[in-house]
Structure formats: C-alpha cells, structure tokens
Design a binder for this molecule. Structure first.
Ligand code: ZN
Length: 248
C-alpha cells in the first residue's frame, strides 16, 4: 500500500525514538484526531511536540478522508497514543472527528491487514476507548471496529506498466503534480525513460515538482504543449521521439 513517508509531509525529526520488535506487537488501535478533517499532519505533529511535549507525532499512522495514508512514527516505533499500550499497540488515527469516509475506513483496514502480515499473527482490533477513558475514536468508528472493520473491497488495484518490444504502453492515467503526490510504477517507468535519455530526474516513482519541470522541458524539446502533465502523447514521445537529422 502507498504510504506518504515523513519527508513528503515535512516531518520534523523526532526528539528521540524507541523501537519494538514485531513479536511485541499484539494490538491495533483506531483513533480519530478529534480536529478538523483538513488539519495538516505537520500541524498535528507540532501540537503533539510543542503543546503535549511528546517526542514526535503520537500515532504510528494517520489516514485522511481521501484514504491517503501518512507515516507517523511508523511500524515498529513506540508511539504516544494509549498509556500502557504503546509498545504492544500499533495506532492509526483518522484525521477528523467522528466522520470517517468509506475511503478512510478502507485504508485503516488495509493498514490493519498489513500490520497482521508483518506481525505474522492476527492483531487485536481495538478502539482507543477500549483501553482508556476516552470517547475516541467516536461512535461511528467504534461501531465499525466492533463489527470487524468491514469494507466493500479490500484488494488494491496496482498500476501495472506493460512493455512491448521495449516500448512501455500508456498506463491510461494522466501523470501530474497533485496534493497528495501521485506515485506508481507508471511514474517510475516514465522517469526511468527520461533518465535514460540523459535528463536529470530522480527515478523514485513520485511525480513531484522535479518531474513536472522535466516534463515541461521535454514537451518543449519535442514540440508538444508544455503542460507539465504526462498525457498519452507525452508518454509515447518519451519512447518514440527521435531528434531530427541535421541537414548536411
Ligand atoms: Zn485516541
């Protein structure tokens, strides 16, 4: 599953951090941030570090209403989310107040499944309020966790890049700079192709400002409108375009 890493949301470094082994993880906690759904992850971190005086953002992961997953402390770092359960429990917080979307629930469930896969056991599904006197994560998420975190469809549909005779076929989605940033095998394939052509571009699968800049310059070089978005024509030109021959 795609997780926005700390550096992509501008995380401050932790003051200190302690890790546990997967063998110590037995629980999976669901929280909500009890704030605005538009609250930035960095603002939550600032609040936890500057107001609460914690080492870092409290949660191991966060999920917003679009279902985007943000790395908090990460998989095996001890969190600050439920006293007495920070070693044993992995925590995920929905960014909002008792108003989770289907997309958010799906991402929480995927985090749960991935946690179990890594721990090699079924982790106990818990609400913050199950182990501490709090209304967190709100009545809607509580009922959902008690029902076993049901979702319509769990499987992700990964982006696949089909290569035929050395040419990667158009993946069928526009690559563009977005917030949160687009990521995928298609972005990486396009970046690798431009790098192979001698352009300075990080082949990391993230369509960031650098990718947009290279895309614009490429589009100008091959005579396409410089939109900074990899559409079908821009994609295909990365494989098919050859410089015009110099006349003698
Ligand atoms: Zn909580």
């Amino acid at each position: 599953m795609d997780i926005i890493p700390r550096k992509k949301w501008g995380a401050r470094p932790p003051r200190s951090r302690y890790t546990v082994t997967w063998g110590q993880r037995t629980e999976f906690f669901v929280h909500h941030t009890a704030g605005a759904k538009s609250q930035l992850v960095r603002a939550i971190q600032d609040f936890h570090m500057d107001t609460n005086g914690w080492n870092d953002i409290g949660y191991n992961f966060l999920v917003d209403e679009d279902g985007t997953v943000y790395e908090g402390r990460g998989w095996t770092v001890v969190g600050a989310h439920c006293p007495g359960h920070n070693q044993t429990g992995i925590s995920v917080a929905f960014i909002g107040t008792n108003n989770p979307t289907p997309a958010a629930k799906k991402s929480i469930r995927r985090l749960y499944e991935e946690s179990c896969r890594r721990a090699e056991r079924k982790l106990l599904q818990l609400c913050h309020g199950d182990r501490y006197a709090t209304s967190c994560p709100g009545s809607v998420l509580r009922a959902w966790v008690k029902a076993g975190m049901p979702v319509d469809e769990l499987a992700e549909k990964p982006i696949k890049v089909v290569v035929r005779d050395g040419v990667a076929l158009w993946p069928g989605r526009l690559l563009e700079l977005r917030d949160p940033m687009m990521r995928g095998a298609d972005v990486e394939a396009w970046q690798a192709r431009l790098a192979k052509r001698g352009w300075t571009i990080d082949v990391d699968g993230w369509y960031g400002p650098q990718s947009r800049g290279v895309c614009r310059a490429w589009q100008r070089a091959v005579g396409l409108p410089d939109t900074g978005r990899v559409d079908e024509a821009t994609w295909e030109s990365a494989w098919s375009w050859t410089p015009p021959e110099k006349s003698a």
